[in-house]
Write a new protein. Structure first.
Lengths: 136, 185
């Protein structure tokens, strides 16, 4: 894998665009197809492409397995945290209406945060799956 | 009408791919063909106007799943699956199951039928309330993240649990190198 010059250059050029596209899918999910799940997978695919071309050792230098596990837990906690926040603010669990002064604004904020939690968990779980499979 | 031709050709290609996956013994080719199968399914979903599902199928099925197959192939080093003896009984079983499934589809409503039960239950409420209560254009996101937010939370927990499971099975973190050989078996 070391000597594939064309692959290495193309991957290096593509990775930033893949990550940017993932962020677009993440934060534009309310207006177009997509959302946290798809964005997370695409974001992970960008990193995994890098890992496939440059090797797992270098992939591990970019992101540590430890950090990945923490982020995976953080995504779930963010999701549940939004639910608990709405509970504390006087609404039902995951009732975003109470998050802001205006109910619709609260819904937008809640959906954005929840989707972010989904995206973080999916991306980091996929990235650590690849790490586990690539070098058991 | 052209929709029908597109659907028919995609379904034909799906069937051809499925037969090829079944017959080919080279595991690399099988992994690639399963990616193609997912991509064709995604095309079918697009033609059925289910863009969000198609997006997920393309990203997960054709993208990540194929990469994980390749990773597993690289890790195990097996290039070919063991030859399987064709069994008449298995063929009979598959044909009977397929026939039963097709018989089952005769009873379900036609595709896009507005009087189908699925369009009568909570769907009208979701479509109406997406505009009023949530005010975002993508109703799928509204259903996923807000109306059925509790379900989606479960899904995220499932993904997290799956990740933890793989970490426990394959992860080497915190394990001494001496137990490496033992853990592999």
């Amino acid at each position: 894998m070391i000597h594939h010059l064309v692959l290495r250059i193309v991957a290096k050029l593509l990775v930033p665009f893949i990550l940017l596209f993932a962020l677009y899918v993440q934060f534009h999910g309310e207006y177009s197809p997509g959302g946290g799940f798809q964005a997370g997978v695409i974001f992970a695919a960008g990193f995994i492409l890098y890992g496939l071309i440059y090797g797992v050792d270098q992939y591990r230098q970019v992101i540590s397995p430890d950090w990945l596990r923490r982020m995976a837990a953080l995504g779930v906690l963010l999701y549940i945290g939004v639910g608990l926040t709405t509970l504390l603010m006087g609404g039902n669990f995951l009732d975003y209406d109470v998050l802001a002064d205006h109910a619709i604004q609260g819904q937008h904020m809640g959906i954005l945060l929840v989707e972010l939690g989904v995206g973080i968990t999916v991306a980091t779980v996929m990235m650590s799956l690849f790490m586990m499979f690539a070098k058991p | 009408m052209s929709d029908l031709y597109v659907d028919m050709s995609v379904i034909t290609l799906l069937a051809v791919t499925a037969v090829a996956i079944n017959n080919i013994r080279n595991l690399f080719a099988t992994a690639m063909l399963s990616g193609i199968f997912s991509l064709l399914s995604a095309a079918l979903f697009v033609s059925m106007d289910a863009v969000d599902v198609a997006f997920t199928e393309a990203a997960v099925g054709a993208g990540i799943a194929t990469i994980l197959f390749l990773g597993a192939l690289m890790a195990t080093g097996h290039g070919r699956s063991a030859p399987v003896k064709d069994s008449k009984f298995a063929l009979l079983l598959v044909v009977i199951t397929g026939a039963v499934l097709i018989y089952g589809t005769l009873d379900i409503p036609h595709y896009g039928d507005p009087s189908a039960p699925v369009h009568q239950h909570v769907n009208p409420y979701y479509i109406e309330q997406t505009r009023i209560a949530i005010d975002i254009p993508n109703a799928v996101t509204a259903v996923l993240a807000s109306f059925r937010g509790y379900d989606t939370m479960g899904e995220v927990v499932v993904i997290f649990t799956a990740g933890i499971g793989v970490l426990l099975l394959l992860g080497r973190v915190g394990r001494s190198t001496a137990s490496k050989g033992k853990g592999r078996s």
